[in-house]
Design a protein around this ligand. Structure first.
Ligand code: GDP
Ligand code: IMO
Ligand code: MG
Length: 427
């Protein structure tokens, strides 16, 4: 059962898409297990750039099976537009299947996301506005509508009517906003469903058959460890479980089906949206990382907040997801810096800790304790093996591995597939 989970170790946008696409060449199946189109996974193949939102980053290999797991929340409109965009660019989506247990994001979820954010005022989370939180709310409130319901129009009609009634009441009473017409949503969504209902199936069964047949499976996490509902900087998190445990629940496999867990670590740190970020740089170095790393959101285009690598964060991810190895991305973005810093602990009220606190007040008060290492002036984008890297870049990597306590399995030095150095056994 050779299967590997890929998780973001920071606040998302670590380069999970690039790493998944690279590893997918060796896999048979790629599964998304949580989140929805709040994700934006960029994959570059040749001269083409693909920004995947719902579809797993294995789709660019036509023979790979791609699954949207039960743990996802799926907006039918976004799904149809992503599939037709891919098909329009000559990418076959014939091998894509959708879990019958995945929940739907409907128009009122998007509207509520927007209104609830507005209502939070200065305390806003900075969500992607895609209706993610409201859809997961309905799931845990046990009133959500699932893909399976689209296959039974009478069931869909009934559930939608009950939900719209409830939401309209909430929209009017709490926000003084207009309500929705259940009939209009029904007509729109059933028309969209015509385009993908043939793909709806029990993806857990499909996955188990693939595992039994000895196929290699990649579980592609979206978001990151610190956006996890339980393990992240709550409440500045998303509403799902990007950490490795989420793969079991969100794809329908037991922990015994997973052999390896790879954490994707950007060589520095970024965050989009609000919430604490101890190593954030609000200076020229932060601006330099943003410019050189093109750190602007894939989904919303917002500038990403940038800062030094935080080993407290990485170690935390190693612990909560049981990482067996890490993949370092965007090392090339650090080219040309005289020195590079790694945060090794936080000083909070005079005490140094190596554990990320639960209290956001404590995180906000945390002063990073930095270790400074010499930088490198050379461009590393053409490196193809570890030995091609300048000694100081290798020293930086060694120190990261030492602080993380797990080996580095690959290093990425650019967007392209060939800009990937393999350091250890991948699968
Ligand atoms: P994801 O959400 O974790 O998949 O990451 P995103 O795709 O949102 O953001 C990562 C960005 O960095 C994408 O534009 C990638 O193409 C790009 N990228 C990935 N790896 C590297 C790398 O090693 N170097 C550089 N310069 N860019 C990279
Ligand atoms: P990928 O998969 C970075 C952030 C949002 C916001 C918070 C909650 O590309 O790494 P949500 O819309 O999920 O309710 O927003 O989570 N966020 C991400 N940040 N990368 C992502 O995905 C993200 N998905 C959500 O900015 O702070
Ligand atoms: Mg992204």
């Amino acid at each position: 059962m050779p299967s590997t989970v890929i998780v973001g170790t920071q606040w998302g946008d670590e380069g999970k898409g690039k790493v998944t696409d690279f590893l997918a060449e060796r896999a048979g199946v790629v599964v998304r297990y949580q989140g929805g189109n709040n994700a934006g996974h960029t994959v570059v193949v040749g001269e083409e750039e693909f920004r995947l939102r719902l579809v797993p980053s294995g789709i660019l290999y036509p023979e790979k099976l791609c699954l949207l797991g039960n743990g996802m929340v799926i907006d039918p409109e976004a799904l149809v537009s992503e599939l037709s965009e891919l098909e329009g660019r000559g990418v076959s989506t014939a091998n894509l299947r959708i879990s019958d247990r995945a929940h739907l994001i409907l128009p009122y979820h998007k509207r509520l996301d927007e209104l609830e954010e507005r209502g939070r005022g200065a305390g806003k989370i900075g969500t992607t506005g895609r209706g993610i939180g409201p859809a997961y709310n309905d799931k845990s409130a046990r009133i959500g509508i699932r893909m399976a319901d689209l296959l039974d129009p009478a069931e869909f009609h009934e559930k939608l009517a009950a939900n719209v009634e409830l939401k309209n009441h909430y929209l009017k009473q709490v926000f003084g906003a207009d309500g929705f017409s259940a009939a209009a949503i029904e007509e729109e969504v059933l028309a969209l469903a015509e385009k993908f209902k043939g793909r709806i199936t029990d993806t857990s069964v499909v996955l188990h058959e693939a595992l039994r047949a000895g196929k290699k499976v990649l579980f592609e996490g979206a978001q990151g460890t610190f956006l996890d509902l339980d393990h992240g900087t709550y409440p500045f998190v998303t509403s799902s479980h990007p950490t490795a445990g989420g793969a079991c629940i969100g794809a329908g496999v037991g922990p015994t089906a997973i052999d390896k867990v790879i954490g994707v670590v950007k060589a520095y740190t970024t965050r989009v949206g609000a919430g604490p970020f101890p190593t954030e740089l609000k200076d020229a170095t932060g601006d330099r990382l943003r410019e050189r790393g093109h750190e602007f959101g894939t989904v919303t285009g917002r500038p990403r907040r940038c800062g030094w690598l935080d080993a407290v964060v990485v170690r935390y991810a190693v612990r909560v997801s049981g990482l067996t190895g890490i993949a370092i991305t965007k090392l090339d973005v650090l080219d040309g810096l005289a020195t590079v810093k790694i945060c090794t602990g936080y000083r909070i009220k005079g005490e140094v800790t190596q554990h990320f606190p639960a209290s956001l007040k404590a995180v906000e008060a945390a002063e990073p304790v930095y270790e400074e290492l010499p930088g490198w002036s050379e461009s590393i984008s053409d490196a193809t093996k570890l030995a091609d890297l300048p000694a100081n870049a290798r020293r930086y990597l060694d120190r990261i591995a030492e602080l993380a306590g797990v080996p580095i399995i690959l290093v990425s030095v650019g967007q392209r597939r060939r800009q990937t150095l393999i350091l250890d056994e991948l699968f």
